[in-house]
Design a protein around this ligand. Structure first.
Ligand code: PLP
Length: 478
């Protein structure tokens, strides 16, 4: 069928590219899918480091499931509940599910703030929650300000089907990519000059891709900014419990303890995809302080309900205080260890990462490997890393990063052995390119994490998996 006649048959949405599937972010996943690494069956395959998944604590979850057979409705112990759960379809959600989620949200914020179950609205993951909140707050053509670099899924979640726009708020490595009042004002003013109606500001705390946690002063300044402009603040707190070594401060604490503001403007997006490591369950939450938004979002949740079977299981699991506390503690400990091991491994070959205390990834600085500091050169390097080093990391440009040479590396979706192979590959790659690319001037960074350790890289290089035979960068350039 000719493209023009296909375009006439289908909607603009069906024929357009609003989903962003062609971006390098998703392209890298495809490279992994066509040649996935396996320690024994495919040791030369692509290692998936583009997926922010938390797979470090599944042993704890499995243990809980075995000890709590009544929580599943498909077990001898739980089957008596099967019928009631299977027929449940109320879009308010099971009361015990909303109670358990509200309690869990408080717990992961150190019980410094309480959440009202009546404000918990469910959606299909944070993905669905973002779209839902965009539908509630903005009309087609309206815009949200978003500090860069930001999670690429936002381009799909907030824009694609709602018709809203995202306007980047500038940032840079000089201050560790911090959100400043001036940058917010500049972005807002520019939108006004362009006749675009700004309806809100979207922040992610802790940040994906940076892994940084916003400090109290920044959060206060963000709230006073949106309050003065009378625009909404959407806080994606999906990584609230995915933190280590630094306390996470929720926006809910700021508006309760620190600063007066119009609470009708404040909305939190949450999900169990990261903190519990359950992205497959599609448990997303909109928590709004605005009654009208809660009411509208609840009606909309019919389009992305969490299955009652999942609600039932999650309600039992999250109500188990002892388990939840142990899980959060242990998860933070394991993440911290993984983070330290990885940053240390990278530092052995002179690779720095932005200092971070959260998330499931590192923000790795490879600008010295670029021939020129441009997005085009970043993509050249990225293709080498994907095709030759066989690591699916994500280039900074796919997060709208204004500086070239940053890459996001996911570290918690693999076992220790796979991590060691990945580090060995990076080590070989950098060593082989030492002469190809002369070290350039170091970035001026306020906030870099340079790990030092007495451990030796040899441990990693003892890995039985193949080092690269020849420099891929040499091959790519010649
Ligand atoms: C910041 C952020 N928001 C939202 C999402 C989407 O999460 P979910 O799987 O719950 O839809 C992700 C997933 O990576 C994310 O990193």
């Amino acid at each position: 069928m000719a493209i023009t006649s296909r375009n006439q048959l289908l909607s603009k949405m069906a024929t357009g590219n609003g989903h962003g599937e062609d971006s390098p972010y998703f392209e890298g996943w495809k490279a992994y899918d066509s040649d996935p690494f396996h320690l024994i069956d495919n040791p030369d395959g692509v290692i998936q480091m583009g997926l922010a998944e938390n797979q470090l604590c599944f042993d704890l979850v499995q243990e809980w499931i075995l000890n709590n057979p009544k929580a599943s409705i498909c077990t001898a112990e739980g089957v008596d509940d099967f019928r009631d759960i299977a027929v449940f379809q109320d879009y308010h959600g099971l009361p015990q599910f909303r109670n358990a989620v509200a309690k869990f949200m408080g717990k992961v914020r150190g019980n410094r703030v309480a959440f009202d179950p009546d404000r918990v609205v469910m959606s299909g993951g944070a993905t669905g929650a973002h779209e839902m909140i965009a539908f509630c707050l903005a009309d087609p053509g309206d815009a949200f300000l978003v500090p860069v670099p930001y999670y690429p899924g936002f381009d799909r979640d907030l824009r694609w089907r709602t018709g809203t726009q995202l306007i980047p708020v500038a940032s840079g490595s000089k201050n560790g990519f911090k959100v400043t009042r001036k940058d917010l004002e500049d972005a807002y003013e520019k939108a006004q000059k362009d006749n675009i109606r700004v309806k809100g500001l979207l922040i992610t705390n802790p940040s994906n891709p940076l892994g940084t946690i916003l400090d109290r002063e920044t959060l206060k300044s963000v709230v006073s900014f949106i309050n003065e402009k009378n625009i909404h603040l959407v806080c994606d707190e999906i990584y609230a419990a995915t933190v280590f070594g630094q306390e996470f401060i929720s926006i809910s604490e700021i508006i309760e303890d620190d600063i007066e503001c119009n609470r009708d403007l404040i909305h939190i997006v949450y999900s169990l995809s990261k903190d519990m490591g359950f992205p497959g369950f599609r448990v997303g939450i909109v928590y709004s302080y605005n009654d009208a938004v809660v009411s509208c979002a609840r009606k909309m949740s019919s389009f992305g309900l969490v299955s009652s079977q999942t609600q039932h299981l999650i309600a039992s699991m999250l109500s188990d205080d002892e388990f939840v506390e142990r899980f959060i503690r242990e998860s933070a400990k394991r993440l911290q260890k993984r983070h330290e091991d990885f940053t240390w491994g990278l530092s052995q070959v002179g690779i720095n990462c932005l200092k971070s205390n959260g998330g499931l990834f590192l923000w790795m600085d490879l600008h010295r490997l670029l021939k020129e500091q441009t997005t085009e050169e970043e993509m050249v390097l990225w293709r080498v890393i994907i095709n030759n080093v066989k690591l699916n990391v994500s280039p900074g440009s796919s997060f709208h990063c204004p500086e070239a040479g940053w890459f996001r590396v996911c570290i918690a979706n693999m076992d220790k052995e796979t991590m060691e192979v990945a580090l060995a590959r990076i080590h070989n790659f950098v060593n082989q390119n030492k002469e190809v690319v002369a070290p350039r001037k170091k970035r001026v960074l306020g906030n870099l994490n340079l790990c030092s350790s007495s451990k030796r890289m040899d441990e990693f290089l003892m890995s039985p998996h193949s080092p690269l035979p020849q420099s891929p960068l040499v091959r790519a350039r010649t």
